[in-house]
Design a protein around this ligand. Structure first.
Ligand SMILES: [Fe+2]
Length: 313
């Protein structure tokens, strides 16, 4: 089609998109083009601004490699990943859900650990946490024999794969729910940590005067045939960055009630000083059990990553 005016460009593109055979793909791409064109019209995007936007997108790709995905980091930083999560869980966005984003640090094949066991696999100083979690279905019945993967950052804010001082698979474990749908384990209190800001996402965060911290959390992934694989994070209720998570992951349902115990006997004799407990219930939905592609496959060599921390201004 020969274009007569700016409106016709959208028509011309949409008409070509009709050639896509897969109806779902056709729907997605048509809507993307319509919204993209409407966006350019709404803000009256100038040629200079358009060139800057293209260079920003190109830099996202240039910054991405096997161990880091800058595109995913941006999607969290603009709230797209948490939106997609909430649209696809909790009866497709209609009810509260304990689902959350996967994040970049899940590893396949974490060590099978018995209920009540510890996932501290090398000396990791920090207050102990005793976690009891239950998995239920949407009718409120316990789900037995579900695999529950757990992983989290150290009290210094490093996942083991980022930190040569930690043993392989430290603070990671895989549990199985008992007949009552329960798992339990012992670990140490994780810290919040910064996301990398040495790329285009960093420029974007700085532009808004935001900090780049995620509040402290434990990650969970619950897998059982017949259920949609449930990916979750349970955030620490006393974290100063709970309201301003750089990845917009904190939902009301996922603020855990981590209870601090002082001068109270811990479930294990070797605990000295204050310790924490967490009781949490996950609700999983019927669906397809499918593991995601692991974002990382091994422990990094060399020194710990040192990430810049931005202040909220
Ligand atoms: Fe995390």
């Amino acid at each position: 089609m020969i274009i007569e005016n700016q409106q016709q460009i959208t028509e011309a593109v949409l008409s070509e998109i009709q050639r896509i055979k897969d109806p779902r793909l056709r729907e997605i791409i048509s809507a993307a083009v319509r919204h993209l064109h409407a966006f350019a019209r709404e803000v009256k995007l100038t040629e200079d601004e358009f060139r800057q936007a293209c260079s920003f997108v190109a830099r996202l790709g240039q910054k991405t490699n096997e161990n880091h995905n800058e595109v995913v980091l941006l999607c969290g930083s603009v709230g797209l990943s948490p939106l997609i999560c909430l649209l696809n869980n909790g009866n497709n966005g209609q009810t509260e859900t304990t689902a959350n984003m996967l994040g970049p640090f899940w590893r396949m094949d974490s060590p099978r650990t018995e209920n009540g066991g510890s996932i501290v696999r090398s000396p990791t100083p920090g207050p102990s946490i005793f976690v009891r979690a239950q998995v239920k279905d949407t009718r409120g019945l316990p789900v037995a024999d579900a695999e529950v993967d757990v992983w989290h950052s150290s009290p210094e804010g490093f996942y083991e794969n980022q930190d040569p001082t930690q043993a392989n698979m430290n603070l990671r474990g895989k549990f199985k729910t008992d007949i009552d749908g329960r798992i339990s384990f012992r670990t140490v209190r994780p810290s919040g940590y910064p996301i990398p800001v040495d790329g285009p996402v960093g420029d974007f965060i700085r532009l808004q005067g935001r900090h780049n911290m995620r509040p402290a959390h434990l990650h969970f992934m619950i897998f059982k045939e017949g259920y949609k694989t449930h990916i979750s994070q349970v955030y620490m209720n006393d974290d100063v960055n709970l309201e301003t998570d750089v990845q917009f992951g904190v939902t009301r349902a996922l603020v855990g009630n981590y209870i601090r115990h002082e001068n109270e006997a811990a479930p294990a004799a070797d605990v000295t000083g204050p310790w924490y407990s967490l009781d949490f219930t996950f609700t999983i939905e019927p669906g397809v059990a499918k593991l995601p592609r692991p974002p990382i496959t091994a422990k990094a060599d060399g020194d710990r990553v040192q990430l810049e921390i931005l202040k909220r201004t």
